[in-house]
Design a binder for this molecule. Structure first.
Ligand code: SF4
Length: 438
């Protein structure tokens, strides 16, 4: 019996697919490389942008002939898309061949749902509201030597463009002991880079009885023995504070790299987005971070085409991007999401204008990326060997600042820290020679 999983969206979803894989493995299924060989096919969907949703709908629809040919295969659809109001009904009408529909709060019951489907041959739909903090779920990780660890779920920020608070529920923190134990076990297994995940990690602990915040949690994770790196995401600039900067500065295990999504550079747009900071406040935090940790890199999410965005507003975004000098940025076009405040705003921007702005923004960020690469001229850096590019026959991995580096080596060095002398930094990625292996 075999399983195949489609995953859409963010790292949170990537990690949840690892948990879905863990559930299927416990039921006795093995992973396979194509949906055609599978006995159970799961879709872990995303609804943050329209194209992710369209993509998922397209792939579910494409299974109709397969289901007709093999009616016994089980098709399960879950994730953010299913948690939207009316989504289960829409799925039932559009894809009557789907067997299981599960919401974001029902993932831990998926094993039971599969058993029920097999025993009763009836469709199973479980979409509940409110949230739990699931613990002890098995996960089949396929990102070695990197591992994701949830520190919290949900979001209370209600940025006006974002659907996440509606589909992921209110903020819920995991107990610090649970996080520390999970990281300890991963480090023991040989994982070398742990990314602590939450929609807004800076809110960590607010809902716990114990008085603890995210910097405190980071310090506890740093107390785990062994050589490994810690990253975390996402931060909300309104909550990113000096205490966190001090903890990053004081602990070598935490990468000197912070993901601090700005979203927009015009105060009027930031206000409409309900981001609760101004561009000046944002840049002041970036400056503070770099004063305290001069080599700290910053990455960001930057959006163009939010309703009513003028050319002047867009140029403000370009100014912030220039000044912040991101080592990398996820640049994207605003996508209307039904159920959000921004969807109902007047002044939606035409696709043509959005396209023009995104191209100019990408060009600017590419120039900044190249300028960041040029700073590596003559440098030797420590890189975690994360993957093998079989076509190019080179290994690849990132340094602590998040810069991607390619290098060849005659032996398997996957999962090892390597020292690389950079000899080509003319593009966005770096190329170099291995000087030593840990
Ligand atoms: S902080 Fe804003 S953008 Fe991020 S998940 Fe929460 S509502 Fe969405």
């Amino acid at each position: 019996m075999k399983y195949f999983i489609y995953t859409y969206g963010c790292q949170m979803n990537e990690h949840e697919s690892e948990k879905i894989a863990g559930i299927f493995r416990e039921l006795g299924f093995e992973e396979c490389s194509s949906e055609k060989q599978a006995d159970i096919i799961a879709f872990n969907t995303c609804c943050v942008r329209e194209n992710a949703e369209q993509h998922a709908y397209g792939n579910i629809g494409a299974l109709k002939p397969l289901k007709k040919e093999r009616p016994d295969i089980i098709i399960a659809v879950g994730g953010c898309m299913t948690q939207q109001p009316g989504a289960a009904e829409k799925l039932r009408r559009t894809f009557p061949f789907v067997d299981i529909v599960f919401g974001t709060h029902n993932l831990s019951d998926l094993g039971e749902m599969v058993k029920r489907r097999i025993e009763t041959n009836k469709k199973v739909v479980e979409i509940t509201e409110g949230g739990t903090v699931p613990e002890g779920q098995p996960a089949i990780r396929n990102s070695f030597p990197n591992a994701w660890v949830n520190v919290m779920y949900g979001c209370d920020n209600f940025c006006t463009y974002c659907i996440v608070p509606y589909v992921r529920g209110r903020e819920r923190s995991r107990k610090p002991e649970a996080v520390v134990e999970e990281v300890r076990a991963l480090v023991k297994e040989g994982y070398k880079e742990i990314t602590l995940l939450g929609q807004n990690v800076n809110s960590y602990g607010k809902d716990l009885e114990e008085k603890i915040d995210f910097p405190d949690l980071l310090e506890r994770v740093c107390g785990i023995d062994g050589k490994f790196r810690i990253r975390f995401m996402s931060n909300h600039p309104k909550d990113f504070n000096e205490k966190l900067i001090e903890v990053i500065a004081a602990n070598d295990k935490i990468c000197n790299s912070v993901h601090l999504p700005v979203q927009a550079g015009a105060d009027r747009i930031l206000k409409l987005m309900n981001r609760k900071y101004t561009a000046a406040e944002y840049l002041a935090k970036v400056r503070l971070l770099r004063e305290r940790i001069p080599d700290c890199s910053v990455t960001s999410d930057v959006m163009v085409g939010f309703p009513t965005e003028t050319e002047e507003d867009f140029l403000d975004t370009m100014r912030v991007v220039k000044e912040a000098e991101y080592i990398g940025a996820f640049t994207f076009v605003y996508s209307r999401r039904s159920g959000t405040v921004a969807d109902k705003m007047d002044g939606q921007i035409s696709d043509e204008v959005k396209k023009d702005r995104i191209m100019r923004l990408v060009e600017l960020q590419n120039d900044i990326n190249r300028a960041q690469s040029a700073k590596y001229e003559g440098r030797t850096v420590e890189v975690l060997c994360e993957d093998l590019d079989e076509k190019k026959n080179t290994y690849l991995g990132r340094d602590q600042y998040g810069k991607m580096c390619y290098f060849a080596y005659g032996e398997n060095i996957l999962g090892k820290f390597v020292t690389v002398k950079i000899n080509d930094c003319s593009g966005i990625s770096l190329y170099g020679d291995v000087v030593s292996v840990e």
